[in-house]
Design a protein around this ligand. Sequence first.
Ligand code: AGP
Length: 621
Amino acid sequence: MCGIVGYIGQRDSVPIILDALARLEYRGYDSSGVAVIDADGELLGSKAEGKLANLTARLRDGQHISGKIGVGHTRWATHGRPSDANAHPHMDCSRRMAVVHNGIIENYAVLRDRLLEQGHTFASETDSEVIAHLLESHFAGSTAGTITERIEAALRATLRELVGAYALGVICADDSEHLFFARNGASPLVAGHENGEVFVASDTPAILQYTRKQLIVHEGEMLVVSANGWKLTDYDGNPVHRQATTISWDPGSAEKGGFKHFMLKEIFEQPTVINETLAGRIDELGDVRLEQELDSISEDLLRSISKISITGCGTAFNAGMVGMYLLRSLVHVPVEMELASEFRYGDPVIDHGALTIAMSQSGETADTIEAVRIAKGAGATVLGICNRLGSHLTRVADATLFTRGGPEIGVAATKTYVSQVTAMILFSLYLARLRGTAPLERLREIAKNTALLPAAIDVLLNESESIRAVAKSMRKAHSVLFMGRYVNVPTALEGALKLKEISYIHAEGYPAGEMKHGPIALLDSSVPVVGIATDGRVREKIISNLMECKAREAPIIVVANYGDTEVASFADHIFWVPKVDEMLSPILNIIPLQLLAYHIADLEGKDVDQPRNLAKTVTVE
Ligand code: AGP
């Protein structure tokens, strides 16, 4: 989704804005732009369709601009195709206001018609441009106070007219001392102040190299920024007092660190990430201790939960599905899954005794936030499983279990998936102990074995090159099927999601028992089948399913435990993994599938970290 950057200080804002925009590239975009107020008080801008390199080239070759105050933007097209004209910043008719916007203005058509009638002229097809013209008309009508107060008043009047979820930033040629920002809904905005400079961005990693102390702007808030700091208010102008949070992430964690792609680096970070997720949460006896972190959901309430509903989108949903099996097995409580994108339309039946678990790496996914709103409105208690401190989800959930995955820059979720599954293991063990639904020894054994997973993943990562060799044999496939059963159904779904999103090869994840009910019709010698056949209650079943695929001449690739001679007798390729408790196997089994997807995409020369059409955080419905 779109990215916003703002800067004010003593340096030229343009290189800083471009650097921060580059760090937001992972969010997904198709054009970019920058606007500054120069030393003569002129508002100057430059925009370019395509990658940031196009904008950089344009600024270098003839459109050089500079100024100590500026805003920048990466656009992910919603209203109007990707083009120079539709790129942000958008300006008003007098070219005194420049606006960058992330989100959707739902009532833009009505506003645009009115503004057109009033004589405004539009230069783009976007919903965002109405903001610049609304500001212009309200600014013309506000005459009381200083210039800064007049712009603030015009922005407040504009915000009152906008319907939708957005974050926006404004600079005005009449005031080279201030930038203006506002946020409404699931469009993150953070600001950091360091030595007479202020940096504003849509996401923490964009400005992490400049400051680790960051203020999180909440919904319904306006931020007026000067080089000396900021003023935070609600939309009515009432002051909001909130301290900046110190971000513990190492700025280096948002760098590639010698890896060819962020995705590969993040795959290799998974052992560390699991250790982080577990740190301090299992005591010396092997019992999971979450009572302090989850203290806003009382133990009595957790004991009395009658039903659990898990929601999320994409990878987060798949991780939640592993959690469903864990909770059913260890807590014996009814658990249902609902895609957050379907939640609001599915007439969900939610009662007061229910717990909704909302899974989201970013904590900003619009559908997930809406599902939480609905669940809470119906009286459910909400537990967020989230990676981002201060994100929307953490503020609307009753309690949050942080996954501690660190910044994930690759659009394809990898380390955050294993951290979400690990968090689900922890929560299931905690709830089972609290409710006494499984023998303590069994729970402690699972906890102990979970702590051994990082070492096992280290071994699997050493197989990266041999997986690349398999990738070479599959890179020209037009379709790949992934099959799993029981707790590895989500592994199949996630393996397929990884492959399709970064290689653009059609891939489907399927519960293997369903193959005969339709998908088997797709098979022939050109459609590889990847099956997960590690030890457990469904191993024999899935081997039978794979034999059925083999009989249709499909190339067979199997994730199996070391030494499985039966699988070795029929598989074309095997990704060996160590034998672990079946409940923990999804964490190991996904590793070769992540690497497979990565290597196929890389061999095919795809843009691994920023796949086409995708955004890291989906802040619109
Ligand atoms: C998967 O690789 C994607 N990045 C996507 O499916 C993602 O998991 C989904 O959009 C949910 O994001 P969230 O965890 O930030 O809510």
